[in-house]
Design a binder for this molecule. Structure first.
Ligand code: NAD
Length: 349
């Protein structure tokens, strides 16, 4: 397993392995850039097949956070943590206490929160060991906690901007959307879509989540291997990354890709191919930034609910600006978003 010569290394400032024998905690924290402020990004718990897989994931996610936070106008850099393990069977109090100590040891260069496999209760345990944690709520208010509903709202706004740009309309009424992954964000996104009158198709590898979306929202269940290739207007990847790639793009029928999952594109080339195929890609870290906007607001502690909502609403205009610039420069939306983020980071360095 290489670090400096890893294809995803991309000049990371810090890559830290951590291990706690007593609890069995094995993980990594990556801080990509602190040019704008401390690295801020969630912690993912996942049963990675190899350490190299975990390293690639934490590096890609951490760089994504640098770009996400920059474009969202936050005074935070990019960082991310991964814990190697199965979130359904390997969790313990001792494990998250050890994780909290690992975060604390970085002295504030990295601030953590929830990502896939992590619940508010886990972060509350980590918070017993470090102040560098968010997504646990603020005493005496409804503010903060699980960022997923806010993330879903932001994805919905980005999707609305994509519909405006691609279909020249302001409503999703009657449009069809295939949602891959109806977990914390995907399910909340489905609620917005149902309220907006969209027709829903859903898939999840965890059957109870599929049943919830079908029973509560009237969604149609689709096989997980087929969801991306449905004859729908929009595909919303809301599970894991890398699903839009050289193997899947030829089979896509949707005209818009807009979802919550981080690192949806397998490679940069996939953004180019999508553009050539006339498929509008809403860059993942632009439309899914409401979660970090919410946990950053909770961490800062000086943002009102109305100000938070206003910051989240800007995702619509930001997405539209990226789509328009991409057309103006005949360049993939993914490339434009990266360029804009890098400019912000470079100006702060
Ligand atoms: P989650 O674990 O609650 O939901 C993910 C769902 O995807 C689960 O139900 C899981 O069973 C399902 N899934 C996994 N593999 C699948 C597959 N191959 N096909 C279909 N379904 C599959 O996670 P979440 O918090 O909803 O996050 C979803 C995505 O959004 C992740 O990529 C995450 O990094 C990203 N994201 C989340 C937030 C947030 O606020 N939670 C913020 C930004 C980005």
């Amino acid at each position: 397993m290489t670090v400096f010569s890893n294809p995803d290394f991309d000049a990371h400032e810090t890559v830290q392995m951590f291990y706690d024998q007593a609890s069995g905690l094995k993980g990594m924290i990556a801080v990509h850039s602190t040019a704008l402020g401390p690295g801020f990004g969630g912690c993912r718990m996942w049963p990675y097949g190899t350490e190299a897989e975990a390293l690639s994931d934490v590096l890609r996610l951490s760089r994504g956070m640098s770009y996400k936070n920059a474009l969202a106008g936050l005074v935070y850099g990019g960082g991310k943590a991964v814990i190697i393990g199965d979130s359904k069977t390997d969790k313990s109090k001792a494990l998250f206490e050890a994780f909290g100590r690992a975060v604390d040891a970085l002295g504030g260069r990295y601030i953590t929160a929830e990502d896939v496999g992590i619940k508010v209760a886990d972060m509350e345990v980590a918070a017993s060991q470090t102040v560098y944690v968010s997504g646990i709520g603020r005493d005496g208010t409804d503010f903060g906690g699980d960022p997923s509903p806010t993330t879903a709202l932001g994805v919905f706004l980005g999707m609305q901007a994509a519909v405006r740009h691609k279909f020249n309309r302001d409503t999703l009424d009657g449009l069809s959307v295939a949602v891959q992954g109806v977990g914390n964000v995907g399910f909340n996104l489905c609620k917005h879509l149902t309220d907006a009158g969209a027709k829903l198709m859903v898939a999840d590898v965890y059957q109870p989540n599929v049943e919830r979306a079908c029973d509560e929202l009237g969604a149609e269940a689709v096989d997980a291997t087929a969801i991306l290739f449905q004859d729908v207007d929009i595909v919303a990847p809301c599970a894991l990354g890398g699903v839009i790639n050289a193997d899947t793009i030829p089979g896509l029928q949707a005209k818009i890709i807009a979802g919550a999952a981080n690192n949806q594109l397998g490679t940069e080339q996939d953004g180019i191919t999508l553009r050539k195929r006339g498929i509008l890609y809403a860059p993942d870290y632009v439309v899914n930034s409401a979660g970090i906007i919410a946990v950053a607001a909770e961490y800062d502690g000086d943002v009102s609910e109305a100000e938070l909502r206003e910051k989240v609403n800007r995702i619509y205009d930001r997405s539209l600006a990226i789509f328009q610039r991409a057309d103006g420069e005949d360049t993939p939306t993914s490339v434009i978003a990266d360029q804009m983020a890098r400019e912000i980071i470079a100006n702060a360095s």
